[in-house]
Design a binder for this molecule. Sequence first.
Ligand SMILES: Nc1nc2c(ncn2[C@@H]2O[C@H](COP(=O)(O)OP(=O)(O)OP(=O)(O)O)[C@@H](O)[C@H]2O)c(=O)[nH]1
Ligand SMILES: [Mg+2]
Length: 326
Amino acid sequence: MAETDGMVLVMGVTGSGKSTFINTLKPDSVPVGYGLESSPSPPQAVQLFLDDDERFSVTIVDTPGFDDTYRSDAEVLEEITEFLALQYALKIPLKGIIYLHQIQENKMKGSARQYLEVFRSLCGDHALGNVMLVTTRWDRVEQQELGDALRREQELIDKWWGPMQKMGSQVTQFHSSRGEAEAMILELVRERPSVVLDIQRELVDGNKNLAETKAGRQLGQQIQARIADHEQSLVRIDENIAEAHRRGDAGATTRLQERKDVVKSDIGDLQRKKRLNGDKKVGVKMKEKVETLRSKRREALATGVTVFAAVLSLTLTIVKFVALSG
Ligand SMILES: Nc1nc2c(ncn2[C@@H]2O[C@H](COP(=O)(O)OP(=O)(O)OP(=O)(O)O)[C@@H](O)[C@H]2O)c(=O)[nH]1
Ligand SMILES: [Mg+2]
């Protein structure tokens, strides 16, 4: 069976609609966030069987998103790379990545831009043919907002997705139907050879620390640039405090001092965000976890997918979906 199992990862910032997308494959299989906060539920996986004899399957995996309320971006990147390192170590073929972006968002927020850049470093250009760039929430777009949404889509393509599209990524819309989700998955399974991402080679074959990988360095640099901006602000605030002091303006001095405390605390937050667990080798850790699990369980674990779900404590939902015939 393992030979014919494949995997598709669903990625995107928090709120982009990852859980909703997976949910359409099996109604109510994944908790979906409702408020402004990220959903605290762990990511889950759905294994779709594609033939009557249950010989061919593809497992769709939900991943944690950047800009999460509960975890820093560095922690989220660590978690995503655990998924990728494990899938590669278990030799489950990676068929593709479905990358979601919600179209109702007015501007490409900093976090979404940052995530997209890290995402590209994580994949490597050679893997972009296995990437589907998907805008979500089209079903929520009212008729009178359609023009604006289409303009936002075009801007997204012109500014961000175009270069990836040129390298083979497919751009499409998701209107929240099960048929669309299945068609995207089938397209990846049938039409694409499986792929190994740059970060998988770095972590598993190269035994690198996450901080040493291209994506890890990219994230570190992005956060460092934001810290540098904040430090510039501190210098300006200090100049203004000195000036206010000279004028004997106690009110302004207090206000500026309060502002300085906020900026300092933001720098602290960013430094925490940047901290990648330096000495942890994700590839090595995942290989060890697989060994521990295998030695603990007396009964053999059926497939790579079952081991994948067990190591990451994912809830695996099995869905029978017959798509291959003849
Ligand atoms: N109608 C509609 N609502 C959507 C769609 N995608 C997301 N939503 C809504 O947007 C909110 C967030 O969606 P989720 O699917 O939880 O987003 P997520 O990417 O899993 O977010 P995290 O788990 O926090 O990373 C929920 O309230 C969804 O109902 C969509 O395609 N159509
Ligand atoms: Mg989710």
